[in-house]
Design a protein around this ligand. Sequence first.
Ligand code: HEM
Length: 427
Amino acid sequence: MVVMVVGCQQRGGESYQISSYYSSHNYYSVLFAVDIDKKSKKAMAPLPPGPKGLPVIGYLPFLGTFLHKKFTELAGKYGSIYKLWLGNKLCIVISSPSLAKEVFRDKDAIFANRDPPTASRIASYGGNDIAWSSYGPEWKKMRKVFVREMLSNPVDFGELVFEIIANAINSMLCGGTVKGEKWISFVSEFRKLAEELMVLQGKPNVSDLFPVLARFDLQGHCGGWHRHNINHARMDDGRANATSRIMEKVYQELDEVVGHSNIVEEFHLPNLQLLNAVMKETLRLHPALPLSVPHISSQSCTLGGYTIPKGSTVFLNVNAIHKDPVLWDNALEFRPERFLNKDSGSFDYSGNNFQYLPFGSGRRICPGVPLAERMFMFIFASLLHSFEWKLLNGTEVELSDKFGIVVKKKNPLLLIAKPRLSNFDLY
Ligand code: HEM
């Protein structure tokens, strides 16, 4: 099957009509430009503005390692909707609540498709899993089974949390837990695999942009998975002090709601409002998926007054929206209290407030929200309630991250745990 993509691009003040043909397996693609006549020029909205790239490879060499930071920087220059060419793929980056609404509510069906990167295609046996498959009857079936059957049967600080999550996933998939040596090796293998996959899936890959080169695996993404550069950001004293202050209040809330002679149970969770606000604020300042999962337009349409050709990749720049100083007071500060105000009720995870989208929005919104929320709340409430956590002498909290489709902390958070409960039978 051959698909034709038609759009209109302005380069150097001139308008062109662009036709791009892809084979269904993306083995080859041809791109050519033809001047359009005045009549159709009038009829068709232009493509969004955007940075100029190099011939053939487009903007690829200028992206750097941290895609979400680069995209946010470019939004400052080109506005809340702009385009970039990565190879022959047209990418649209949106960074405002009104455009997010246009994509995920008004034109949700058009933008509900995905185009799995090569690494995801391999990991998901051809892009056939729920996250990467195209919008259609098969995806609908998977989503129904996932939500109705799997999620209704729930069965370093980071290391500890990861182990608990790995245990839960293992129980859901295999219906039991593995113990001893076997379990330790499963967790460490699973962790390594998950970490490397998350990084690879978020990285632009020449094989995705020039499918004909995929078999050469020029960047070694599919063969020798490699480690990546990272940047470094230390928390300044002001932020570190504010964070202790908040920790104290969280401890106070846990003591009031749970008490000292109990352990945390699920029924306590709805009353832990400050901890809930901490979760929301953490996902605002550090969205786990800062560019969400890219969507693909299944037909040409307009967005923010610009033409978006069929097959364009649309990135929702959650990172930029969550840190926009026009939308948030003291946007770069960690202030969970902002989610406790009476008018903050609309900041939930439903994707209906387009200013706050940690789990995406629309028909492809994360189906794991209830599980993620409950697991986050339960794990953190339990660990904080039962232990006092201290940094190692001479160390400080630092927040360097490592880019991937899911962003991770670069360095593990090493803490010393001191029991808080006097009744040791509770441990
Ligand atoms: C804090 C934890 C989590 C965050 C921040 C998160 C975030 C996201 C985001 C942003 C998307 C893309 C939504 C879009 O395209 O608009 C997504 C998709 C998805 N998430 Fe999550 N997620 C989390 C936990 C989970 C959990 C625990 C599960 C499984 C139980 C899960 C399963 C999925 C699946 C299957 C998709 C693909 C849905 C589709 O394409 O139809 N997620 N997630």
